[in-house]
Design a protein. Structure first.
Length: 130
């Protein structure tokens, strides 16, 4: 169960995302943190939702924009950082009775980092991530 008796505000939610990132395995820290900006927003823009293939921004809990690790070349770090966006309101809206908000945030963060690692949604389904 969540330790929050209310919906975490943006600042509290950012702390949950930071906590999820801090718990990421050490052997993957370079992948997780090199040349990536992690942004927490309330909800995706209509343009970002459309880019992700969803009509309703409330259906998008996170989004990775960048070049997946499997496609990195020598000049990868010469480009602007990749971006992982975590969307607070859709995540909170998806919580089921008794579900821990920390676990939900951790799952979304891991999902977006998996995209950065080069795993698409089909592969994540094959691995049982959904």
């Amino acid at each position: 169960m969540s330790t929050y008796d209310h919906q975490p505000d943006l600042e509290e939610f950012e702390a949950l995302v930071e906590e999820a990132l801090a718990g990421f395995p050490e052997e993957f820290q370079k992948l997780a943190f090199d040349n990536v900006a992690i942004v927490v927003e309330d909800i995706a823009s209509a343009a970002d939702a459309a880019r992700a293939g969803v009509r309703d921004p409330m259906q998008l809990m996170g989004m990775y924009t960048g070049v997946p690790y499997t496609q990195w070349g020598r000049d990868h770090f010469a480009h602007a950082p990749d971006v992982i966006r975590i969307y607070r309101l859709p995540i909170l809206a998806e919580l089921r009775e008794g579900e821990d908000v920390r676990e939900k945030v951790r799952g979304v963060v891991r999902h977006e980092l998996a995209h950065r690692a080069g795993l698409d949604d089909d592969r994540l389904r094959e691995l049982g991530a959904y």
